[in-house]
Design a protein around this ligand. Structure first.
Ligand SMILES: Cc1cc2nc3c(=O)[nH]c(=O)nc-3n(C[C@H](O)[C@H](O)[C@H](O)COP(=O)(O)OP(=O)(O)OC[C@H]3O[C@@H](n4cnc5c(N)ncnc54)[C@H](O)[C@@H]3O)c2cc1C
Length: 411
């Protein structure tokens, strides 16, 4: 089978690209190993809600038009939204079609999909940044008697054995799951490494409103000071609760969750935590305040001070100086370890030498280096800081589809 372009993956990024290709009358097919929105259907826990507000969940040709623009979409609604979007744009999705190999050939690319061989002149990889859990090597040192879970295998607290839970990682996933598991009656210890603290709302507006208004999300990848760092920044410590309540470390300790430092090592069944918890939290507080300063300056410059509540600051993160530096995992206090340590993509099926020494695909704003006609979409800070979020796929797909179109025209 032949197509001018093949898009791999029917998440929001692949669908946005399909829409852009259709707009340019580029014949294409979207190959998806499962169903549309497969990651949201199969890899996310049911109680998850987006941490971005509903008004921001927009894609090319689709704006949020529900009755709760300030709310946060449950995962089931994300699936419904993307499924509707695929129908709305008549995306040519071939479901249950897994790509096993992608090779560069003289006239473009050869794609091994299930038992078929497809040829295309251009390929867009939209297979997601969060397909596999990123688990540190120390995980192998956790005693085998302890149940270990990742956000991909976690569904609800009912699957956990009785007893204490160590949640490793305090970004969006870690704080949400620590809170949920604690509310289900477990004793929870949360190991906190580098994190991004942000309030849910500030001066009466959602923090994502401020991030858009101040131009933070529009910062381009080639203008960001340290791009590698920006691309690996942890997700903000935010949750999308219906009551828009703050889920920062102070609120978690107030609930009764024990906060400890970054999990550094596990030796002879003993988990060792960093002693720099106070510094880590102070740094996160400092960075949050820097952003709030930027927000205040922007509001003043925009003449909005009279329309918004006055500026204020949040209580610094409270750190218990007696927070333990060790926890003997073999003693029975902890029965589950949940690795909320991030996610990674899976491009193991690529037979094209486009990866760097760390395994990441080399690209310039989504244009893959050294493989003309190959594009990637849906990675954090791909072209702007907004690329990390669903709505960022709109501008990214437009730019990459434009490049793809001129690439085809030149050939
Ligand atoms: C827990 C969590 C919460 C998040 N919350 C938010 C949020 O609140 N707001 C926000 O804007 N973003 C959020 N994100 C980030 C981001 O929007 C998601 O990661 C999003 O799913 C990425 O979309 P995508 O289309 O790039 O990838 P995906 O949705 O992962 O889609 C990739 C598709 O490719 C398919 N695929 C993979 N490999 C193959 C293959 N070999 N062959 C064929 N098909 C393949 C998959 O089945 C999948 O359907 C969150 C991410 C996570 C993990």
């Amino acid at each position: 089978m032949k197509a001018t372009a093949v898009v791999v993956g029917a998440g929001h990024a692949g669908l946005a690209m399909s829409r852009r290709l259709t707009e340019r009358s580029i014949d294409h097919v979207v190959l998806e190993r499962g169903e549309v929105a497969n990651s949201w259907r199969t890899q996310r826990w049911p109680s998850l809600r987006l941490l971005t507000p509903n008004w921001q969940t927009r894609l090319p040709g689709l704006d949020y038009d529900g009755d709760d623009p300030g709310g946060f979409m449950p995962v089931a609604d994300v699936v419904a939204t993307l499924s509707c979007y695929a129908r709305l744009i008549s995306a040519p999705v071939r479901t249950a079609t897994r790509i096993h190999a992608l090779r560069a050939v003289s006239r473009g690319f050869e794609i091994q999909a299930n038992d078929d061989l497809l040829c295309a002149r251009a390929v867009v990889l939209a297979t997601g940044a969060c397909i596999l859990p990123a688990i540190p090597g120390i995980a192998t040192a956790v005693p085998p008697s302890i149940k270990t879970l990742t956000p991909l295998s976690y569904r609800d607290p009912g699957q956990l054995p009785d007893g204490g839970v160590l949640v490793v990682g305090a970004s969006a996933t870690g704080v949400q799951l620590a809170s949920e598991i604690h509310q289900a009656g477990h004793t929870v210890t949360l190991a906190v490494g580098e994190h991004v603290r942000l309030p849910r709302t500030y001066r009466g507006r959602d923090i994502f409103w401020w991030m858009e208004a101040t131009g933070l999300l529009a910062e381009r990848y080639d203008e960001v000071d340290d791009l590698t760092r920006a691309r690996h920044l942890p997700s903000p410590q935010l949750t999308g609760r219906p009551d828009a309540a703050i889920t920062d470390l102070n609120s978690l300790t107030a609930q009764g969750i024990r906060i400890v430092g970054r999990l550094g090592r596990v030796i002879d069944g003993v988990a060792q935590f960093s002693g720099s918890l106070a510094n880590t939290c102070a740094l996160a507080d400092l960075k949050m305040n820097r952003f709030l300063n930027r927000a205040d300056e922007w509001a003043t410059a925009a003449g909005l001070d009279d329309q918004l509540p006055p500026p204020h600051r949040f209580e610094p993160t409270r750190v218990d100086p007696r927070s333990p530096l060790e926890l003997d995992l073999a003693k029975g206090e902890i029965t589950t370890v949940l690795w909320a340590t991030g996610f990674r993509p899976d491009h193991s099926w690529l037979d094209i030498p486009v990866r760097d020494r760390t395994g990441h695909i080399r690209h310039d704003g989504g244009i893959v280096t050294g493989a003309p006609g190959l594009y990637i979409l849906g990675l954090p800070v791909l072209r702007t800081r907004a690329s990390t979020y669903i709505h960022g796929a709109g501008a990214d797909s437009e730019a990459l589809a434009g490049h793809l179109h001129s690439f085809l025209s030149k050939r």
